[in-house]
Design a protein around this ligand. Structure first.
Ligand SMILES: Nc1nc2c(ncn2[C@@H]2O[C@H](COP(=O)(O)OP(=O)(O)OP(=O)(O)O)[C@@H](O)[C@H]2O)c(=O)[nH]1
Length: 302
């Protein structure tokens, strides 16, 4: 296709933690590119999904959830979310319709005035809400900020997602595609591999899991026989957390490893050998290098 018939642009999805940003990216792209979890704040980096629709390439920036920042890492994430919005062509403001306007949404609406890009309002989780309540919420939110359009969707069932996708496709500027047609994400494989292990940690350990736990892919090697060998370290901040992670007789870590390996094999369509290590590293949240590796700016001050 030539530049005259193609469209391309960046769409930032902003919303409170747990609004369903990752689920929406996956629904638009039609594949699993970012991790989805019941636990809040699972998205730490700006992960992109790429959706193709009617000659348009929609590049989705899945920003970390916006919340009141307390710690240094929190501040870096909130800054990354807003700068993701400022760099995009359009912005989707995603609101959990079940929760409605709560404190994080109020805070988000307040800052929205500074975002110059065209904004669409997307009410998510409509499968959980009665229609009259939805309409009231849409009216209320449209009275507080300027939105071009309002969509009511369920990212998890897919209801309304196609309408949103078509709208984005026509609203983006004309121009050549930035990525090859078959590419759904430019997240490096090693980062994706770390995200998948992190997802398995969350699924297995639920509330016991320290929020500070991170996974890093130390080595990623494609072998001659076509298989992939991955070594990863799970960093925790206290010895007690390391014990939880390992479980009785190493039971927890074994299950996590198996689940992650199976999913990675499916994703990369080849045999995966996965080696997990758990290490204690105190104060990692204050190490500037780690922020850089996660694609975040290191916030100054405390
Ligand atoms: N019922 C219902 N649940 C949904 C829908 N969309 C997302 N969820 C659920 O809401 C939870 C949060 O979804 P995520 O996509 O991880 O949310 P997020 O906004 O990316 O979260 P953070 O990364 O923490 O900011 C998950 O349990 C999803 O399954 C929906 O349309 N309906």
């Amino acid at each position: 296709m030539t530049d005259e018939t193609t469209r391309c642009g960046f769409v930032a999805i902003i919303g409170a933690p747990n609004a369903g940003k990752s689920t929406l990216v996956n629904a638009l792209v039609g594949a699993k590119v970012t991790i989805v979890s019941h636990k809040v704040q699972t998205t730490r980096t700006l992960v992109r999904g790429i959706a193709m629709e009617g000659g348009a390439q929609i590049i989705l920036v899945d920003t970390p959830g916006l919340f009141a920042p307390r710690r240094r890492l929190d501040r870096a994430m909130v800054t990354a979310a807003w700068s993701g919005a400022a760099d995009a062509d359009r912005v989707i403001v995603l609101v959990d319709a079940k929760k409605g306007v709560d404190e994080p949404v109020e805070a988000m609406l307040e800052k929205l005035g500074d975002v110059r890009q065209p904004k669409d309002l997307v009410l998510n989780k409509v499968d959980l809400v009665e229609r009259p309540k939805l309409l009231d919420l849409a009216t209320d939110l449209n009275g507080r900020a300027r939105f071009e359009k309002t969509f009511m969707i369920s990212a998890s069932t897919g209801s309304g997602v196609m309408d949103l996708k078509r709208h984005l496709a026509t609203a983006l500027p004309a121009g050549p595609w930035h990525y090859p047609e078959d590419e759904i994400s430019d997240v490096p494989a090693r980062m994706l591999a770390a995200e998948i292990t992190r997802e398995k940690l969350y699924h297995r350990l639920h509330d016991e899991l320290p929020y500070d736990a991170t996974v890093e892919t130390e080595s990623y090697e494609e072998r001659k026989d076509g298989s992939i060998r991955i070594e990863q370290t799970i960093y925790v901040v206290r010895e007690g957390q390391r014990k939880i992670m390992l479980g009785k007789g190493g039971d927890s870590i074994k299950r996590i490893s198996t689940a992650a390996r199976e999913e990675l094999s499916k994703l990369f369509e080849t045999k995966v050998h996965l080696f997990l290590f758990v290490k204690v590293r105190e104060n990692w949240g204050d190490d500037p290098e780690r922020y850089e590796r996660m694609g975040l700016d290191y916030p100054k001050g405390r």
